[in-house]
Design a protein. Structure first.
Ligand code: HOZ
Length: 428
């Protein structure tokens, strides 16, 4: 596949942008080779600067759930842009989006819009600390909550992809308030709670992690966390940046039947524009400025174009729950098609899937936490990734990222993907 233009662009980008990219996983460092520069996208396809077409399994890391350049969002955004791109004042569209979410998500009584998932999680932790008067919080190894200092300790996503799950630059003072537990291991949480009595403000987690590949919670794990939080007066925060409005309109909370005290959103909520949000119990949320003393603000928060995009998409998803059943069906077809190919190849593998999130781990043991996620054969992943790219299928360029399906994927796209997987596995 010709990629001269992408190579040229990457060389040029590297002169001005660290590593040539504005978010590290995109640099292809863990899979090798030069990143592909995308020029445009439509429906289920990405088109690169050399004119190659790919079936997209990144979906902008989640947001493009209806496929690319989905007309209702494009039209709404164009109209909103004509009215100006930002006011720095309240607008009616902020109410529309907030009302839609508050009315539909049971325990979200109030919601505050920010600009990214990172901002949402940073703000939620500050709020939990301010509200509770406690400093420490528990996070899980391999869960990724954006690049706020206190989260970059054994973090998933790009941090583990590039081999630095605990980032330099995070001071020991900050790190000491982040307590690390193992995902799917309630005993590790109980031990931390016991060792830090009355000191833990919050437990934050990706209820269905997607940043160490897709991993599923085992029976009783999430309910067990809820019980610990109730008993110990700890605020339970679900980071639903990936899962919110993606696994279903109610996200992981509805899927798992467990309610958090605070929830953070990103990705789908902005339909591809930069939006994050955090919401939850009214008594906690009213503790944020201007009503409460915990400060958080943003010039572009509630941006009119971003709110319009998010509202248009979320309204459609709320009114058309079949989007989710169709997506899950398509993802099931991918999973069902991959199993015999991988078995025929005789290669060690695990597939984890929930709704339209799926991961292929080249590993012989179940992938259920950070340690088991790291056991995957990255050389196989690299080879598979590049072979699939050659076949016109764009997977996330990291074994630690989930694949995301979009509603525009056709049956023939799925057939093409499975044929590509067959051809790619033959080359391993
Ligand atoms: N960290 C995000 C995925 N888990 C975004 C990666 C990117 O946009 O490069």
């Amino acid at each position: 596949m010709k990629n001269t233009q992408s190579k040229n662009l990457f060389n040029e980008a590297s002169k001005y942008i660290p590593g040539g990219v504005n978010s590290p996983v995109r640099a292809f460092k863990s899979v090798g080779g030069d990143p592909i520069f995308i020029e445009r996208a439509k429906g289920s396809y990405l088109f690169d600067a050399d004119g190659n077409r790919y079936i997209d399994y990144i979906a902008s890391w989640g947001p493009m759930i209806m496929g690319h350049a989905w007309e209702p969002v494009i039209e709404a955004v164009q109209k909103a842009a004509e009215r100006s791109t930002s006011f720095g004042t309240p607008t009616e569209m902020e109410i529309e989006l907030a009302r839609l979410i508050v009315n539909e998500i049971p325990n979200v009584d109030r919601i505050r819009m920010v600009n990214s998932g990172t901002e949402a999680t940073m703000s939620a932790i500050r709020l939990a600390r301010g509200f509770s008067g406690k400093n420490k919080f528990i996070k899980f190894a391999g869960n990724y909550h954006g690049h706020g200092d206190s989260f970059l300790i054994k973090a998933g996503s790009g941090a583990v992809t590039l081999g630095h799950p605990s980032s330099p630059g995070v001071t020991p003072g900050t790190a000491q308030d982040t307590l690390l537990a193992e995902y799917n291991d309630l005993a590790s949480v109980e031990a931390l709670v016991k060792a830090n009595p009355g000191e833990i403000a919050a437990i934050i987690l990706e209820p269905i992690p997607g940043n160490m590949g897709c991993i599923l919670p085992e029976a009783g794990f999430i309910k067990g966390l809820r019980e610990i939080c109730n008993k110990e007066d700890i605020i339970l925060i679900f980071d639903e940046v990936m899962t919110g409005f993606r696994l279903g309109f109610g996200g992981a909370q509805a899927t798992l039947g467990v309610e958090a005290d605070l929830v953070t959103y990103g990705k789908v909520i902005g339909a591809g524009l930069p939006v994050g949000a955090y919401g939850g119990r009214a008594d906690i949320m009213e503790y944020i400025a201007p009503n409460g003393p915990v400060y958080q603000a943003g010039t572009l928060s509630g941006n009119p174009i971003a709110m319009t995009a998010g509202y248009t998409l979320l309204k459609h998803l709320k009114e058309n729950p079949s989007v989710y059943t169709d997506l899950a069906k398509k993802c099931g077809q991918i999973e069902d098609g991959l199993h015999p190919l991988l078995q025929e190849k005789g290669i060690d593998y695990q597939i984890n899937r929930q709704g339209s999130m799926i991961s292929l781990h080249f590993s012989n043991s179940p992938v259920r936490d950070f340690e088991s996620a790291k056991l995957g054969d990255n050389q196989h992943f690299r080879n598979f990734f590049h072979a699939m790219l050659e076949e016109g299928v764009y997977l996330p360029p990291s074994a630690y990222e989930s694949w995301f399906l979009n509603a525009a994927l056709s049956d023939s796209d799925i057939d093409h993907t499975l044929q590509a997987a067959k051809n790619s596995l033959e080359k391993l």
